[in-house]
Design a protein around this ligand. Structure first.
Ligand code: SAM
Length: 277
């Protein structure tokens, strides 16, 4: 069993794990941090590769912790028994977790998105959410969690987006990061792919905009939907508006001129997919 007791916050492995808070380091290593036993179990159950697990000495006898440690060993990872000081160093200061996992990232290229194999969880329709230049990691994480909740298929990140593997985004996914495939594409790659997607599925490509768009209640979505959401400041670009089969609008009745991106995505997904049916 590859296990190690670490009590010093200056241990080089602890420093390496801590460094994963930086995007540069995540990019170099292809690894990311996950806080909390529940999310680590989620990663394990979804078959993600667990490179390190750090757990507090006090909970080492817990069955779930033992299960994760044994899984980490199967992944050729290293299990670290640690104390409060080490956990505080690598965990959230305000609410340190007693388990931290380090997993391998799994970001996919759009070329590998096999449209024919997609079906949502109630096997009635396909839905992919495309986010253009999403900048707020909290929004991105919340959207990934919502995609998982409604049983949609995947998320595509178009252009310069925030990192889905940042600690803030991962926290906001609450473990859903492991069950929602994440694809990345440039604007041009996405436009090409969307054309092929429409030819193959005959589905809708729905843009979401505040102007020149139809009320979302007027759209009867087909069984395949590609939902495009715009950037928090600039909204959906003209390029993407051009490829939309329709642009939909959620009515705004008060003084607010728009909804928060993740709220708007959630409302659209529930309205379009009707996951309660
Ligand atoms: N100033 C931006 C604009 O004019 O689009 C506001 C962007 S809004 C904060 C971010 C994204 O959330 C939008 O691009 C759109 O995808 C979605 N969104 C927000 N409110 C919406 C609404 N009422 N109807 C449709 N989409 C909305």
């Amino acid at each position: 069993m590859a296990e190690k007791l670490i009590t010093s916050p200056t241990n080089p492995i602890v420093k390496d794990i801590k460094a994963l808070e930086m995007r540069k380091r995540r990019k170099e290593t292809g690894l990311f941090l996950v806080e909390g036993l529940r999310s680590v179990i989620e990663g394990m159950e979804c078959g993600a590769t667990l490179k390190y697990i750090a757990y507090h000495t006090d909970i080492k006898q817990k069955d779930d912790v033992k299960r994760c440690v044994s899984y980490c060993n199967k992944c050729d990872g290293l299990a670290l028994e640690v104390n409060d000081i080490v956990l505080e160093k690598i965990s959230r200061k305000d609410n340190p977790q007693s388990v931290i996992g380090v997993f391998e990232q799994k970001t996919l290229s759009l070329k590998n998105l096999d449209i024919q194999s997609l079906k949502n969880k109630n096997d009635t329709s396909r839905c992919i959410v495309a986010l253009e230049q999403v900048r707020d990691p909290g929004n991105l994480g919340t959207i990934i969690r919502t995609i998982d909740a409604v049983g949609a298929n995947a998320v595509i990140l178009i252009g310069q987006c925030c990192d889905p593997y940042s600690i803030e985004a991962v926290r906001a996914t609450m473990g859903s990061l492991f069950s929602v495939p994440i694809y990345q594409a440039t604007l041009e790659e996405f436009k090409d792919w969307a054309k092929g997607w429409q030819e193959k599925t005959g589905g809708d490509i729905l843009g979401t905009t505040l102007q020149t768009s139809v009320d979302f209640r007027e759209v009867k979505p087909k069984s395949s939907v590609l939902l495009m959401m715009g950037n928090e400041q600039a909204g959906l670009s003209e390029d993407l508006r051009q490829i939309a089969t329709s642009c939909i609008r959620l009515p705004m009745n008060g003084r607010a001129d728009s909804l928060n991106l993740s709220v708007a995505t959630g409302v659209c997904l529930y309205a379009l997919l009707e996951p309660w049916k």
